[in-house]
Design a protein around this ligand. Structure first.
Ligand code: EPZ
Length: 426
């Protein structure tokens, strides 16, 4: 089993450049289904989720050529199937992002109903309800969603119960070829939605309002392939900003738009962290003790749920007590119990976590519960006294390219080692 071994207490300083956004790249890859031909995506992160999405596209008949570590050439002219295999959807629920593109291109789709994951049920009822408004019929067969459009697709107004990122994206893609105009109200506003709309418009779509709660899609007849650069990953960036804030020496994080982390950087400044913003990133440092600060996660531009766990680690070492409220997922405090094993003082009460800051954390063995919780534990280990061993690091590999190497370049003492699985391990 691979683990991270981290020796805490070493100064962290230097410069790190983030990759393209995981949560954009996966949807951009799915969207290429709608534009038969060769689309080139640049600034694509070299992470396991991207590899899985590449397998999904190949199963559908596309060719995916890795031109270099961060450039993919995806030819979807050969896509001739509309069924995605369960084992890939189970591996990565973001595979459901092919639902909209397949319906748009073929009028058919068979996508395995995604299961939940560690952080929540991850339902797609809003995706399905919205698509039904546009004329899509669904049958649930043996755990698969079988979609068809017996009378074609027509534009309509879809109002989302919640500003769901995935539902907004699937509806935006599915309606590109619909007859007439589709309006998505209470749409998600994340920068990754804007990135997807920008690529679709470059392909010939007519989408307006992306980044606002009201997105309008005027149906067109076809899309053509393009070359598109993936937007910088604001969550990878935020993670390195949090790492820099831990120890205080300057860390420059490049490759992203600081406006995409607006509230996070403002909250970090309230916590006593110094942030100098640049056009392509920011420099983080700290000369005073971390201060407690209440956080509540909300859809963009609210505080991103994907930065909640990393921020919890900072608050665990802050002076005073903070309340962290998780409004987006129902079970996203799993890392807290592992942080408590390192000496943190965090009490979970429903969707609130009460964090009493402590002087220091101690290194020990911990297990990464999910992608962002894993990053939070790595942060805690960097600041802890002694050595920490983190298992479950395949979660981290899903969303952080060369995490070990980038942290090492900042001065961290971290290595990826192989240890024997304990056969008696439950
Ligand atoms: C995307 O997930 C991201 N994943 C998540 O990032 C991110 O946390 C989330 O958006 C919120 O920003 C990708 O883009 C691949 P939602 P998504 O639809 O689209 C519920 C990471 O760490 N819901 O906005 O699944 C859902 O269960 C990952 O990079 C329904 O109930 O998020 C959740 O509680 C984690 N029914 C909430 O809404 C639906 O039909 C938000 O989900 C859809 C969603």
């Amino acid at each position: 089993m691979e683990v991270f071994q981290i020796e805490g207490g070493h100064p962290i300083t230097g410069q790190v450049t983030v990759e393209g956004a995981k949560n954009s790249a996966l949807k951009l890859m799915a969207a290429t289904i709608m534009a038969p031909g060769v689309t080139t995506l640049t600034n694509v992160p070299n992470i396991s989720d991207v590899h899985v999405m590449g397998k999904v596209l190949k199963r559908l008949g596309a060719s995916v050529v890795v031109v270099d570590e961060h450039t993919l050439e995806i030819d979807t002219s050969t896509v001739d199937r509309w069924e995605t295999p369960y084992e890939l959807v189970a591996k990565m629920r973001a595979s459901t992002a092919v639902l909209g593109p397949l319906i748009a291109r073929f009028g058919r789709a068979v996508v395995a109903m995604p299961g939940g994951c560690n952080i929540g049920a991850r339902k797609i009822d809003m995706h399905l309800l919205g698509l039904q408004c546009l004329g899509v019929h669904f049958e649930n067969e043996h755990g698969d969603i079988n979609a068809s459009i017996p009378n074609g697709m027509h534009g309509d107004t879809v109002t989302l119960d919640f500003a769901s990122v995935g539902a907004t994206e699937n509806l935006m893609m599915a309606s590109v070829f619909a007859e007439g105009v589709t309006t998505i109200d209470n749409a998600a506003r994340e920068p990754e939605i804007v990135d997807l709309a920008n690529m679709l418009n470059a392909m010939g779509a007519r989408i307006s309002g992306a980044g606002s709660p009201l997105i309008e899609i005027e149906g067109v007849r076809e899309l053509h392939p393009v070359k598109h650069q993936v937007v910088g990953d604001r969550i990878e960036a935020g993670t390195y900003v949090a790492v820099g804030a831990l120890c205080g020496d300057p860390v420059r994080v490049s490759g992203f738009n600081p406006l995409h982390l607006g509230l996070v950087l403002k909250k970090y400044e309230q916590m006593g962290i110094t942030i100098e913003r640049h056009h392509d990133g920011c420099t983080v440092s700290r000369t005073e003790p971390l201060r407690a600060c209440d956080i509540q996660t909300l859809p963009f531009p609210g505080f991103p749920t994907d930065m909640q766990a990393q921020t919890m680690t900072l608050l665990a070492l802050a002076q005073g007590s903070s309340v962290v409220t998780e409004n987006v997922f129902e079970n996203r405090f799993i890392a807290a119990s592992e942080l408590n094993r390192m000496g943190a003082d965090i009490r979970i009460e429903g969707h609130h976590a009460v964090v009493h800051g402590v002087e220091r954390l101690q290194g020990t063995q911990v297990k990464s519960p999910d992608l962002r919780g894993g990053a939070a534990l790595v942060m805690a280990a960097l600041a802890a006294e002694g050595t920490t061993t983190i298992s479950g690091i395949s979660h981290i590999d899903r969303g952080y390219e060369h995490f070990c190497e980038k942290l090492t370049s900042l001065g961290a003492k971290i290595s990826r080692i192989e240890i024997d699985d304990d056969p008696d391990e439950d």
